[in-house]
Write a protein that binds this ligand. Structure first.
Ligand code: 5GP
Ligand code: MG
Ligand code: MG
Length: 197
């Protein structure tokens, strides 16, 4: 278990499971795109680790760049998406594959579509490592999905809770407060903070 700021998180998805999910995404995307040279665009900050591991595995020539958007405050998604770093190259006629860490409400994805509206790309494909189907409110097609997860806040592998946790190589899921209270009150000696797996 890890503590970030005032919240506890329990192990949820191992580094191995993440690796397998990325292998699957790489295979699907490489098969679909053939010999075309795609532009992979990671959405910072959350997808820096995913983008890095993904392009290292990608078996053919590709370009990689980033845009930086922000929507989250603490553990809650907001509709107000900020563009912090935009596109810096001409993508006319190119096949673009967005690499997202996670798709939750879809608000960030809506902003991505707005950004690409007038870019005259040949194709815009969406790939996401994690996806919360219960939280998704939009109709945009998700072309490639790594792992579907329940509608609970996660950290690790690029994903943060108020800037902490991005460096963790695996994924942790938030522990509900009540659960923690039970654990502390009724757990065996030594079962309190920091001693659980
Ligand atoms: P959306 O705009 O789809 O609601 O959320 C997209 C962005 O919010 C993601 O790219 C990610 O940065 C952040 N986000 C969504 N769900 C989670 C989560 O469970 N944990 C963390 N740390 N960030 C999340
Ligand atoms: Mg993201
Ligand atoms: Mg965040």
């Amino acid at each position: 278990m890890v503590k970030l700021h005032n919240k506890y998180f329990k192990p949820f998805i191992t580094a191995n499971q993440i690796d397998t999910a990325i292998d699957k995404l790489v295979e699907e995307i490489a098969n679909d795109l053939g010999d075309e040279i795609p532009v992979f665009i990671g959405i910072l900050n959350g997808s820096f680790m995913f983008t890095s591991d993904f392009v290292k595995k990608y078996p053919k020539p590709c370009e990689v760049t980033f845009i930086k958007l922000a929507s989250y405050e603490g553990v809650k998604s907001t509709e107000d998406i900020q563009r912090l770093i935009g596109l810096t190259q001409d993508l006319t006629g190119r096949t673009v594959v967005i690499l997202e860490d996670i798709i939750d409400t879809g608000n960030t994805l809506a902003e991505v579509h707005r950004i690409f509206q007038n870019e005259n790309v040949k194709a815009l494909k969406i790939a996401t490592l994690f996806y919360k189907p219960e939280a998704y409110k939009k109709d945009f097609k998700l072309h490639y999905v790594g792992i579907e997860i329940p509608n609970k806040f996660i950290v690790g592998y690029g994903l943060d809770y108020d800037n902490l946790g991005r460096d963790l190589p695996e994924i942790y899921q938030i522990k509900e407060t009540q659960h923690m209270t039970n654990l502390v009150l009724f757990g065996p000696p030594g079962a309190g903070k920091g001693t659980q797996a």
